[in-house]
Design a binder for this molecule. Structure first.
Ligand code: NAP
Length: 261
């Protein structure tokens, strides 16, 4: 586990953002811009991305060591509020945050992207897991644009009769056992035109996505609709218990009400 060496200013309410998402970074920047004289801010990252973007306030990196250790951290660091702005599919850290905040009596808010809604012309088929999506993929196409993230690649790697365009944030040293693929890197937000060109130039006939929601990666869905392509969609897990907001301004409003100013 890595930790940042800097210590937050304990004379101000200390906000911990569980991050690793565009929304978490936007929230950190908005809080720093508007409230840095009144708040101490720490963003926690899992430490998986090689070069995360710059963030204001303290940044710590690496797991806490489970829910109990997270509760100890909240007490040690006198955290006043936790904003769980992790990815909707990052269910373990969100569950840990629920338990830890209960243990340490710290208020917690989930900032979770608004789910995507099907619009006319969309051709989405939902599966409950990446494994089920992979098992059924050949029903939909043979040249797949795979956008499920590095941790979910394994179920697709053994599908020998499908060519993959694999998009990741960081390029891994090795994508074995994928045999027939091209790997590209990219970090949202993406444009509809860019996504359309990418899919057309690689003759993609199916898009594979997790139902992550939000705006940063939604352009691929519109591009798929414009191109008449099917989307194999992995269903989103339920949100953590407790209060949930879908955007940064609503999270800031919640923090202001909680802190009473
Ligand atoms: P996960 O399965 O829910 O968490 C696994 C473990 O990683 C947690 O138990 C925790 O370790 C550590 N961890 C996760 N997020 C952390 C954070 N923000 N700060 C400190 N420790 C963290 O998480 P995941 O799905 O692997 O996602 C890891 C990170 O990538 C998250 O921050 C998430 O926001 C981001 N992300 C995930 C996805 C996705 O599709 N899953 C997509 C984009 C970004 P300990 O138990 O040791 O504390």
């Amino acid at each position: 586990m890595e930790r940042s060496s800097a210590v937050p200013d304990f004379s101000k309410p200390h906000i911990l953002i569980l991050g690793g998402t565009t929304e978490a970074a936007t929230l950190a920047r908005s809080l720093a811009d508007g409230f840095s004289d009144r708040l101490a801010l720490t963003t926690s990252l899992a430490g998986r991305t090689r070069a995360p973007g710059a963030l204001p306030g303290q940044v710590r990196s690496g797991g806490f060591g489970g829910a109990e250790a997270l509760a100890d951290y909240l007490k040690d660091q006198r955290v006043a509020i936790v904003i769980d702005a992790t990815h909707p599919f990052a269910t373990q850290i969100s569950a840990n945050a629920v338990t830890a905040c209960e243990t340490a009596s710290v208020p917690r808010l989930a900032l979770s992207r608004a789910p995507w809604k099907v619009t006319p012309g969309d051709n989405w088929t939902y599966f409950d897991s990446v494994e089920a999506a992979a098992e059924n993929l050949t029903q939909f196409g043979r040249r797949a644009f795979l956008t499920v993230g590095i941790q979910e690649l394994a179920p697709f790697a053994s599908l020998a009769d499908i060519w993959f365009l694999v998009r990741l944030i960081d390029r891994p040293a090795d994508l074995a056992p994928f045999s027939d693929f091209q790997a590209i890197t990219g970090r949202g937000p993406f444009s509809v035109e860019g996504e359309r060109e990418l899919m057309e130039s690689h003759k993609i006939d199916v898009l594979v996505s997790k139902a992550s929601g939000g705006t940063a990666t939604a352009a691929k869905l519109e591009a798929a609709r414009l191109l008449g392509l099917p989307v194999v969609m992995v269903r989103r897990p339920p949100p953590p218990v407790g209060p949930v907001v879908h955007d940064v301004p609503a999270a800031i409003d919640w923090i202001i009400v909680r802190l009473g100013s």
